[in-house]
Write a protein that binds this ligand. Structure first.
Ligand code: AMP
Ligand code: MG
Length: 270
């Protein structure tokens, strides 16, 4: 495991305090060029590792992306996840539950989106919304959401036991950076579409979200499903850090090609 990976991991069993983490941290990289060169190296490694995961066909990788509005979930997917062969990758964006989703338990839509063995699944938001937005706005009573931490842990443990490697990223920006990004969305005609008045409303709940994230990450960072807090004010550092952790995660799986069918070496043809 690289030094950066272990540094950014939310240690299982330890109470996370976000005010102890600097969202502008760059791990000594002061220029974008160096981090980008490393990112490119990692993207090549990821492509090769995914190929192996697909060939092995026995385990899956689930990548969970969470973050406050404008935290960079879409940008991370665009820049880092492109190294994966689209055949074998699924991105699922979770919105306010609607239609059929409302007629089931809250993990139903999540379970359906878990990648098949051999595949990579990317969650743009996730079951964690059930202890984030749901908690902040009391969409269900506290007696209901407060039981979900244990339920989520049990669900993820079952997945891990079944061969799904889980890695969870919280893209951490500060309030100033969010303001900057919202302003860009307002001023740049090509970014207008991303602006939503609802996001401004959510911004008012910054302290409540901070508390909700701290509790979710503290209670649900597990050895088999760790949370990583990614300092994300600098997009180039965020991308590099996520790529580094993904390489480490896939390398730790020790992926194996299936054994060749017997007799392949004796086959000859014209
Ligand atoms: P966006 O990611 O900007 O497309 O927005 C999706 C919205 O759906 C966000 O405001 C989320 O908080 C919301 N959302 C996602 N999952 C849930 C959920 N389980 N319950 C309530 N709201 C949710
Ligand atoms: Mg949004």
């Amino acid at each position: 495991m690289s030094k950066l990976t272990s540094l950014l991991m939310a240690k299982p069993g330890k109470k996370l305090r976000l005010d102890e983490i600097d969202p502008s941290f760059t791990h000594g990289y002061d220029d974008k060029e160096k981090a980008n060169a490393k990112l490119e190296e990692n993207l090549e490694k990821l492509a090769a590792l995914q190929y192996r995961l697909y060939a092995e066909g026995k385990r899956a990788l689930l990548i969970v992306l969470q973050g406050i509005d404008a935290g960079g979930k879409d940008g991370t997917i665009r820049r880092v996840m492109t190294s994966f062969n689209p055949q074998g990758v699924n991105v699922t964006s979770f919105k306010v539950p609607a239609g059929e989703e409302k007629s089931h338990d809250y993990l139903w839509r999540i379970h359906k989106a878990i990648p098949p063995f051999g595949g990579v699944g990317i969650f743009n938001r996730s079951h964690y919304e059930e202890v984030l937005v749901v908690r902040v706005h009391n969409l269900v009573p506290k007696a209901v959401w407060s039981k979900r931490y244990d339920q989520i842990n049990a669900f993820e443990e079952m997945l891990a036991d079944s061969g799904v490697k889980i890695v969870k990223f919280f893209l951490y920006i500060d309030k100033e950076e969010q303001k900057k990004r919202f302003t860009e969305r307002l001023e740049d005609p090509e970014k207008n579409w991303k602006f939503s008045a609802a996001d401004l409303e959510e911004r008012k709940f910054w302290p409540e979200y901070t508390e909700a994230y701290e509790e979710a990450i503290s209670r649900c960072s597990k050895k088999h499903a760790p949370w990583y807090v990614i300092p994300a004010n600098r997009k180039w550092f965020r991308n590099f850090a996520v790529s580094e952790i993904l390489v480490d995660t896939l390398e730790s799986m020790d992926l194996q090609y299936p054994k060749a069918a017997p007799g392949l070496d004796k086959i000859s043809f014209e």
